[in-house]
Design a protein around this ligand. Structure first.
Ligand SMILES: [Fe+2]
Length: 389
């Protein structure tokens, strides 16, 4: 009995320990702190995560009598407290963690995947240019060179008649790092252009390095839609010496910077407002809840899905986000473990609904981390439909 009890306590404590580390990692990466500060805190979290169980183990070894049976009662007092705290955390956190699994968190009744093509490179590694991706990209099952192009029908409450059937191309987390061949992006954008969406939205993390700003012209060339192209910046764009260079390039190519200024378009007599939100990284324009009331419908663009509550509060019919990359690695039957959000992996990717606001979180096209598993890059065409009709 003692043995079973200690095994249960140790398993619970291990789950609680890992849960605390992941929670701390996710939360620190959800903040608007500078990257260097986040990296320092990440190292601290990792160090504490390694040191605490090591110290507990060493303490136990030091005072344990040779040959004595292991039981919970025989543990050192401080270790008992440590294990109880971790176990309690595991018990309290488990329901929240289970509830954040994709099968429970996504609003599956609000979307239908109508088309989905998964493109895999003919030769593994054909799209990689940089050294890091060339090496890592050849690892078995690594999906960083894959691309899923899909069309999803979104069922929206009280969708005004003129917007029924409207198609929006959603692109996110392009991450121009110089590690991928431009053709990797171009073939997905060519597919988008062939489908002819009514408007195009890019939800941040466009360029990672100053030297890659010039690639915008090559990669986004010709990407246009009749009702316009709109974008916001993401946390990675803030790493540039001058993030506004990204904005200027896209504006020169006819895009609208929704992070700088709210936009609107008229569609079949309906005035639609496009509102950007770059919190917590940029505060170029603060979303004004009152200003949107005079519009027939509101489309929100935020880099982080943590802005879902904001989208709901201003009555967005649809909010488009990225940032979480689907978690990068999704374990079969479990889903993602890590995502840079205050909500952990709850909004890692997919379609979510709250109080009439639909949020679509894209897995994004690329990233700086050279591994994806169960989580291929994605570009989407979202077709709006009225839920009742
Ligand atoms: Fe990103």
């Amino acid at each position: 009995m003692d043995k079973i009890a200690i095994i249960i306590v140790l398993l619970l404590a291990a789950f609680g320990h890992c849960g605390l580390i992941v929670w701390a990692y996710n939360s620190i990466n959800a903040t608007g702190l500078r990257r260097t500060t986040i990296k320092r805190i990440e190292k601290g979290i990792l160090l504490i995560g390694l040191l605490l169980p090591t110290c507990a183990f060493v303490l136990e070894l030091q005072y344990r009598e040779a040959g004595s049976a292991i039981s919970f009662e025989s543990l050192q007092f401080v270790n008992k407290i440590y294990l109880v705290i971790l176990s309690l955390f595991a018990i309290v956190a488990a329901p929240f963690w289970i509830d954040s699994r994709p099968v429970f968190s996504q609003s599956r009744d609000r979307s239908e995947q109508v088309v989905s093509h998964l493109w895999k490179p003919k030769v593994q590694g054909e799209f990689f240019r940089g050294r890091k991706f060339s090496i890592m990209g050849r690892l078995p099952l690594n999906e960083i060179g894959w691309m899923e192009v899909n069309q999803k029908k979104l069922l929206v409450d009280n969708l005004p008649q003129p917007l029924r059937g409207l198609t929006i191309a959603h692109i996110s987390d392009v991450h121009l790092t110089g590690q991928m061949e431009p053709f990797f992006y171009r073939q997905a954008f060519d597919w988008l252009q062939r489908v002819k969406p009514d408007l195009i939205v890019l939800s941040g993390d466009i360029v990672d390095y100053d030297r890659c700003v010039a690639d915008i012209k090559i990669i986004f060339d010709g990407l246009q839609a009749p009702l316009g192209q709109y974008f916001v910046l993401g946390n990675h764009d803030r790493r540039l010496r001058d993030p506004l260079k990204v904005s200027d390039r896209l504006i020169d190519m006819g895009w609208h910077d929704a992070g700088k200024d709210h936009a609107s378009f008229l569609h079949q007599g309906l005035n639609v407002r496009v509102v950007g939100n770059e919190l917590p990284w940029f505060r170029r324009v603060l979303p004004d809840a009152h200003a949107v009331e005079s519009f027939g419908w509101t489309l929100g663009i935020a880099h982080s899905p943590d802005q879902f509550a904001w989208g709901v509060s201003i009555g967005c019919g649809l909010l488009l986000c990225g940032h979480t990359h689907g978690g990068q690695i999704r374990l079969p039957g479990i889903g993602p473990i890590v995502a840079p959000s205050w909500h952990g992996t709850r909004y890692a990717s997919g379609v979510f609904e709250r109080n009439g606001t639909i949020m679509h979180v894209s897995r994004g096209m690329s990233g700086i981390h050279p591994y994806r598993w169960g989580c291929p890059p994605e570009v989407s065409i979202l077709q709006l439909a009225d839920r009742a009709g």
